[in-house]
Design a protein around this ligand. Structure first.
Ligand code: CA
Ligand code: CA
Ligand code: CA
Length: 527
């Protein structure tokens, strides 16, 4: 590993920052099964953070999020980043679980030959290797391409850009657009740690099918692109991989207004006949009560690799116009994408209010489903928005009440371009992150916030008294710390007596009078 690190230092040349990093050997395999339960109230979870660290008032938008599934400290975000003028790909790395971020811009192709970059996509494989994936393009020529830079040292150094599709000095070239990516995170997959990138190829001659490519060598090189979609009228693709290395790609067929899925069972080499998940009514183009920004109905896909009760289930989520406003819908497949359930409503926004720009992710160990989106329900004039989120712990059958991820409202009228999407990821310890474009400071910043499921109450609480000492014992909950609460009556009020890290607590009762009663409650505390 050390040799590998040195090699990357020699090859890497851009946006190195002097700061600590998480060595790949520092994997901490925290288990999360015991941390499921009710929601942690937001004031117990994260405070919304700005991921981009520039001091300009220029725009950041189109947020992407990823986390290392074996270490809850490493979190990665990205966005279109205009701090230096025209668009580039901004990538933001946190090594403290998403509380603080460092940032950097991509190279914009070999030696930075392109005029602009964008559509950033973050991914992290099982080994902690980070993939920064983006498009490059010129505004004055037909040149462009799809590139990936990787980091094996938590963003200290990045590789030179590896091309997936590349057109340099190519008048009349096709335009490569809107990639999305995933890493195969299944330890039982023959293709584990493969990085898949799907995108739209706008043929110069007309038509826009979906293509895909992958890397099996940590992003050093990518396979020749192969076509996925049967239709020529597609956009907004997203790949996901399943427990045994199945690869799924979801995309819009905008000619038939259907959400389509195709799959590959040989690691992304050959693809089959597209299957329709559901029709959609594109939010983009419908009457917008406030603002002129774009609002495409992109579909997202994820697959449960948890080994839990919904192992292998595939989820697709999108926003659709319902005739008066957009809602967030979800469909799932438990037969490998052959058949899809009737769509269910995800958000609980009041009738007539806007919900859009959803992202979904499934926790790789619990199978919990997390979905975040932008929501206008809190502004009576249906203009200002803020992010909302929910979680399903039963395979997408029911959802917890939607709740906001920040107290601050954003104004979509400050710009005519808020990007085309936002992103989300699960931190390994169960923290669900949603990243969004936030206008509290300027025409857009990349913000993120997280919450997680609250630990359940410890079971098996017993008290034993020996002379003037009493001892509380309870069944341990992995990775939890505890608070012991005490009251004079069973109904309370209880107040915190002590915080403890072990599953036992001994204390002196010598000061109590004979027959004085005390009541104790033990709570498990998240991080
Ligand atoms: Ca900004
Ligand atoms: Ca196909
Ligand atoms: Ca709605």
């Amino acid at each position: 590993m050390r040799l590998f690190f040195v090699m990357l230092l020699l090859a890497g040349h851009l946006f190195a920052k002097e700061r600590p990093f998480i060595p790949l050997s520092s994997v901490v395999d925290l288990r999360v099964e015991d941390l499921r339960g009710a929601f942690v109230p937001l004031d117990d979870a994260g405070t919304a953070v700005q991921m981009n660290q520039d001091t300009t008032t220029r725009r950041q938008n189109e947020i992407t999020m990823a986390a290392w599934i074996q270490n809850p400290r490493l979190v990665m975000g990205g966005s279109n980043d205009y701090r230096n003028g025209d668009a580039s790909g901004g990538f933001y790395v946190s090594i403290d679980g998403g509380y603080t971020f460092n940032d950097a811009l991509v190279t914009r192709g070999p030696a930075g030959v392109f005029e602009a970059a964008g559509d950033p996509v973050a991914a992290i494989d099982r080994n902690g290797r980070m993939y920064a994936n983006y498009i490059c393009f010129d505004r004055t020529t037909d040149d462009g391409g799809v590139y990936v830079q990787t980091s094996a040292d938590s963003g200290l150094t990045w590789s030179t850009p590896a091309p997936i599709a590349e057109h340099i000095n190519s008048p009349g070239a096709d335009f490569e657009d809107k990639p999305y990516a995933c890493c195969d995170l299944s330890a039982t997959s023959p293709f584990v740690n493969t990085h898949y990138v799907s995108w739209t190829r706008f043929f110069a001659s007309g038509g826009s099918p979906i293509f895909i490519s992958h890397s099996s060598n940590g992003g050093a090189s990518y396979t020749a692109p192969v076509r996925v979609s049967d239709s020529d009228a597609c956009q907004f693709s997203c790949p996901a991989s399943g427990p045994n290395g199945e690869v799924y790609v979801v995309f819009q067929d905008y000619w038939t207004s259907q959400i389509m899925v195709d799959k590959s069972l040989d690691g992304g080499i050959t693809w089959g006949t597209d299957v329709a998940v559901a029709p959609f009514w594109d939010v983009w183009g419908q009457p917008n009560p406030c603002g002129t920004f774009r609002t495409p109905s992109y579909p997202m896909i994820t697959c449960d690799i948890s080994g839990g009760p919904h192992h292998g289930t595939i989820y697709v989520c999108w926003a659709t116009y319902n005739g008066s406003d957009p809602d967030i819908l979800l469909s799932s497949s438990s037969d490998g994408g052959v058949t899809w359930s009737a769509p269910v409503r995800v958000d609980d926004g009041p009738a007539g209010t806007w919900q859009w720009w959803q992202w979904l992710t499934v926790h790789p160990e619990t199978g919990d489903l997390g979905i975040g989106w932008l929501d206008r329900r809190d502004d009576p004039s249906d203009c200002l928005y803020r992010p909302y989120a929910t979680v399903s712990t039963d395979g997408g059958q029911t959802f917890a009440p939607s709740f906001p991820l920040t107290t601050v409202m954003s104004d979509p009228t400050v710009t005519n371009f808020l990007g085309d999407y936002n992103g989300a990821t699960f931190r390994h310890d169960g923290g669900f992150y949603y990243g969004w474009v936030d206008t509290r400071n300027d025409v857009g910043d990349a913000y993120a916030n997280w919450f997680r499921l609250k630990p359940p109450a410890p079971q098996g609480l017993v008290i034993s008294v020996v002379s003037a000492d009493a001892r509380l014992d309870w069944n341990p909950i992995e990775d939890a710390t505890y608070q012991v609460w005490r009251a004079l009556t069973a109904d309370g009020p209880y107040s915190v007596l002590v915080g403890v890290t072990s599953d036992t607590f001994m204390f002196d009762i010598g000061a109590f009078a004979i027959d004085e009663e005390r009541f104790y409650v033990v709570k498990a505390v998240g991080d």
